[in-house]
Write a protein that binds this ligand. Sequence first.
Ligand code: HPA
Ligand code: ZN
Length: 341
Amino acid sequence: MTSSEALLDLAMKMPKAELHLHIEGTFEPEQMFAIAQRNQVALKYDSVEALKTAYQFENLQDFLDLYYQGMSVLLKEQDFYDLTMAYLKRVHEDNVVHVEIFFDPQGHLSRGVSFETQIKGIHGALKDAERDFGISFKLIMSFLRHLDEVSAFETLALAKPYLEMIDGVGLDSSEVGHPPVKFENVFRECKALGLLITAHAGEEGPPEYVWQALDVIGVDRIDHGNRALEDEDLIATIKHKGLTLTVCPLSNLKLCVVDTLEEHPIRSMLRLGLNATVNSDDPAYFGGYMNDNYAALVQETQLTKEELYRLACNAFEGSWLDASIKKKHIKTITDLFQNVV
Ligand code: HPA
Ligand code: ZN
């Protein structure tokens, strides 16, 4: 085996944690058509091939338009269960042992699907996969930032009977024009309820939005964070706070956040001492699950064994698992890397 083949092999085999994953973004066209048929709802595209051909995006909004269309066939608890279980089965093959997944309640409430239907389906699959595949999990409810703060408060009210199933709250959807400060009050209440907080920031939005995520919202983690690198003081602050960045290489490529993976900032982030991690975001739309993202990095960038080790450990360190469990996973990774020259 050449050293790059050995590195790829290691990346595929190592235990992984996924921290940035929208469950609605795991909706594979085949399953989307099957569920659409089961629910007797029509899709805009007449075949799996036609739908896949439409997966060409110039920016985040192009993708979001299709993403909301796709999720519109999800109506019943079983649909949410099947979607989540398909993802968990798929990433079990990639040696993912811990997931922290987002769902977008407002994307379903607006279609008359209750909060209960959504969360029972998703949480049911997570519990079953924990039992059957040993995958641990955290569940993160995300607010859609293109909607107003009143809608976020209404969603939080609906979530209150289910807080035992919810570990954190996120902020996603169209970033530019919808800065974190718009949600200052609702995140304050989320924090008071003991929920952990994360927000998409600096995917397309400017460094100012990342500052707001830190200073106004008080995030525990940053999703993406690419554009933070434009501001030296921001880099220093993220580093000082030890905040994790949930970076999504293939997503960034597909949404034209970067032109090529070679110029992806993830290695610069590591060099700057930032806690970058690798994640798939919306794998059914962006051409790859966890191992595909790692394979692309190994093959398209000059990723070193030390960098791969750092990325693997960062994912568990940045997770919301208990310290003792983090330590156990990091020991497994350390032992695995030590046995490879
Ligand atoms: N960015 C913002 N919102 C999203 C994304 C993303 O990458 N995926 C699903 N909702
Ligand atoms: Zn995302």
